[in-house]
Design a protein. Structure first.
Length: 207
């Protein structure tokens, strides 16, 4: 079992032996140094902290530099904790490096990323509401309709689906299959689409 931090590069495709087109997401994953191993006795829970993305010293503050130097890890831009279920604390130590070699072709993973922001959106786009009539002088084409009663309870209940900011949320896509890997270029090829825009940070964990 393994987990890794990566950056979404884009999408491509290959053709299987039967001629079927297979869409692939290209992820630049790792190498991720192990910055900290947290244990139940010392920290109250078990987790592994990985780093990703080389950074210059001027972009890392002094406390973070000390934290990375204590583990003998290089300066990295991104830090993320993974649970002990994803990276066993008994099998890994500070200073080690996690690479795409930890993922076997054919294995299934889940990828977490930040979805693309769509800005302010109405209910039809945001919640897939049905539109109103488009003829006979109707002015209620893309309006949400009734969102509450009249005299009682005389308010709108919390959780009512309304217009608002769409996207830019943490999304996890499960059941994705690792098709191939390229250890020399730190590349993971995953079947299907993953959340996030090109260049965004993603977290790959076993499913």
């Amino acid at each position: 079992m393994a987990a890794i931090i990566g950056r979404k590069v884009g999408m491509t495709q290959i053709f299987a032996e039967d001629g079927q087109r297979v869409p692939l997401t290209v992820i630049e994953a790792g190498p991720c140094p192990v910055v900290q191993v947290k244990t139940e006795e010392r920290d109250g829970y078990e987790a592994v902290q990985l780093g990703f993305g080389a950074a210059k010293a001027k972009h890392i503050n002094k406390p973070e530099q000390g934290h990375l130097g204590k583990a003998g890890a290089p300066l990295v831009r991104h830090l993320h904790e993974f649970s002990a279920a994803d990276l066993g604390v008994d099998d890994i130590a500070e200073g080690e490096v996690v690479t795409v070699d930890s993922f076997a072709p054919g294995s299934y993973v889940k990828v977490t990323g930040t979805s693309k922001g769509k800005g302010y959106a109405g209910t039809i786009k945001r919640h897939n509401f049905k539109s109103g009539p488009k003829s006979h002088g109707s002015h209620n084409v893309r309006q949400p309709g009734s969102i509450g009663a009249a005299a009682y309870p005389a308010r709108v209940f919390k959780g009512i689906r309304m217009s608002g900011h769409m996207g830019a949320r943490q999304v996890t896509q499960r059941g994705l299959q690792v098709v191939d890997r390229d250890p020399e270029r730190n590349i993971l090829l995953i079947k299907g689409a993953v959340p996030g825009a090109v260049g965004s940070i993603v977290f790959v964990r076993p499913d």
